[in-house]
Write a protein that binds this ligand. Sequence first.
Ligand code: OAD
Length: 266
Amino acid sequence: MRWAEEQHGSDALRELAQALDAAQGEVVVLSGAGVSVSSDIPAFRGRGGLWHRYDPLEYAHIEAFLHTPEKVWRMLRELDAVLEAASPNPAHDALAELERLGLVRSVITQNVDGLHQAAGSETVIELHGSRRTLSCVDCGATVGREQVLDTVERGDVPRCERCGGLLKPDVVLFGEALPAGALERARDEVRDCQILLVVGTSAEVEPAASLPALGAGHGAEVWDINPEPSGLPRDLQGPGSAGRRLGLHAEEALPRLVRLLRADDR
Ligand code: OAD
């Protein structure tokens, strides 16, 4: 697969709308932090991103969590407050609408903000877990986020009521495996779709970063919506047509796409 020239205009969106229409629902979305930027959640790697202020190896690695949980909880507390204040933006709404219209089959997301579900997307694969629950690193007991809110807000490290072990949000830290089954489901989805719509990811973190190549290798047409060039490989070989890049913001491009599809004589 070779990437076609970056395109900004209506023509490219119209072509994408036609491709989505023709794919008859065999469309899978892979989303990243860029989708939630206009919900006031800064992306990880951009300016103002979390990884500019917190070195991920020091603050977002499982070994760091186990050895200096107070320190890692400082970052988690800040992240949680930002995510808690956020609500879906037009990009999330548009993806949910595309699913309701029968045009999108599933959303694979690296985000842990739950905003796809809040917008109404129903088939969401959370590759990097979720902040709704926490699990004990020793005995595996799971509790709901609301059960530890007071402790966290006091600035304390939440501990397991059963064994006293550390409670860790069920989000994937560096050095951890992805949630059981999520990666397999995601791989099945991309192997079996006609179009993979990649939105708002730098495609720098594995294994999510390899999903577009896997899809292309199985014949999927890959479209990338991102105002900046991402790390998606340029030279993937696949039987499908060239990958396409749209240099647009998700919250602008996706609602326009929905309007085009609604206006269509389908
Ligand atoms: P990144 O912060 O690495 O990348 C965000 C991407 O979104 C960048 O390529 C931006 O150009 C793009 N972007 C910014 N604003 C946008 C907009 N309005 N519309 C569309 N795109 C926009 O975030 P991810 O790729 O999601 O993992 O990062 C992947 C993983 O790395 C995260 O899930 C997290 C992080 O470390 C873990 O913590 C395990």
